[in-house]
Design a protein around this ligand. Structure first.
Ligand SMILES: Nc1ncnc2c1ncn2[C@@H]1O[C@H](COP(=O)(O)OP(=O)(O)OP(=O)(O)O)[C@@H](O)[C@H]1O
Length: 303
């Protein structure tokens, strides 16, 4: 892991301890007749890493999109540090909520450093176009921005590759660069959508450390991930979405042991051998089924 822990001061968007950073209430998102997210409440507090898990199509990304202004929820309200979030994504980023995407969305033909600088556009007066066109305003503010961008690249371990084109980075480094770009907007809350997708175990482990380091800088984190080892190692709290609804929320041990979560998502029914009561229950049910089959007249096509 190349994360430079010496850069680990409080981040500019850091949140005071004990503050509720994200407060989503009754969030519902319908697409025509399909309810992708139904009446979901979720809070993230300062200093927390919260996981959002669930089967494919459960509504996790749709919920993220409702938090970040990509979708306007059909019902419900999303507050960031007590204020209702605006409905446009660039305003949400400016308010202090940054995200990464399931499918990497870097500027492939820009350098590593330029990608991070673009992420800073909500924090510079010059704005996105000036940053892209390198106009006079941008030149003036360039030094301070570049220093901050380099700090972030040091933090994620990509400083040595500042001049490489983003498209030439290995996949795991592209994912890290996305995180650096999100951090460049100085968020108080970072939303990560499947940050370890496609990573090998070493890269996943390094990402775990990176997320802990981000949390330690005072940035709250909400993360969607299918890698359960990653989620249960990392998160203070985990919420489980199934068919758009929040099924369970709790610490890792509670969620891992919840039979509804096992049945709907984790898919490993029992860690231990079934107890005597369960064996007796199954035997009784089998005996009853056998008796009723013998008694019932068979239908033609059962033969
Ligand atoms: N823009 C959209 N228009 C219509 N239906 C949508 C739209 N976006 C998502 N859906 C549907 O909403 C449901 C939830 O999708 P979503 O992508 O949020 O699930 P997910 O939990 O993130 O899945 P995965 O783990 O596979 O990424 C799915 O049935 C999906 O097809």
């Amino acid at each position: 892991m190349t994360t430079d822990i010496t850069t680990k001061g409080a981040a500019p968007g850091a949140t005071a301890p004990g503050e509720t950073v994200l407060d989503a209430r009754g969030v519902t998102m319908r697409f025509g007749g399909l309810t992708a997210v139904r009446n979901v409440d979720l809070q993230v507090n300062s200093g927390e890493i919260v996981g959002l898990i669930g089967p494919n199509g459960a509504g996790k990304t749709t919920f993220f999109n409702c938090l970040t202004g990509l979708y306007i929820p059909t019902e419900g309200e999303v507050r960031y540090k007590g204020t209702v979030l605006p409905s446009q994504s660039f305003k949400v980023t400016a308010a202090g909520v940054a995200r990464t995407f399931q499918n990497i969305r870097l500027f492939a033909n820009m350098t590593v450093l330029e990608n991070v600088l673009v992420g800073r556009h909500t924090r510079t007066k010059e704005g996105l176009w000036s940053a892209l066109l390198r106009g006079p305003g941008f030149k003036k503010a360039e030094k301070a921005s570049e220093d901050r961008a380099m700090e972030l690249l040091e933090f994620i371990g990509l400083a040595a590759k500042r001049d490489h084109l983003a498209r030439n980075l290995p996949y795991g480094e592209q994912r890290k660069l996305e995180i650096a770009r999100a951090l460049a907007s100085e968020p108080g809350l970072l939303l990560l959508d499947e940050p370890t997708a496609g990573m090998n175990p070493q890269e996943t482990r390094a990402t775990e450390e990176l997320v802990f380091a981000i949390r330690d800088m005072g940035i709250a984190v909400l993360v969607i991930e299918h890698d359960m080892r990653f989620i249960f190692n990392l998160c203070d709290r985990v919420a489980v979405l199934v068919q758009g609804e929040k099924l369970v929320e709790g610490d890792s041990a509670t969620v891992q042991g919840d039979e509804r979560v096992i049945a709907a998502y984790l898919g490993e029914p029992f860690e231990d051998a079934p107890g005597q009561e369960e064996v007796a229950e199954v035997e009784a049910a089998e005996a009853q089924a056998e008796a009723s089959t013998d008694a019932a007249p068979r239908k033609e096509n059962d033969r």
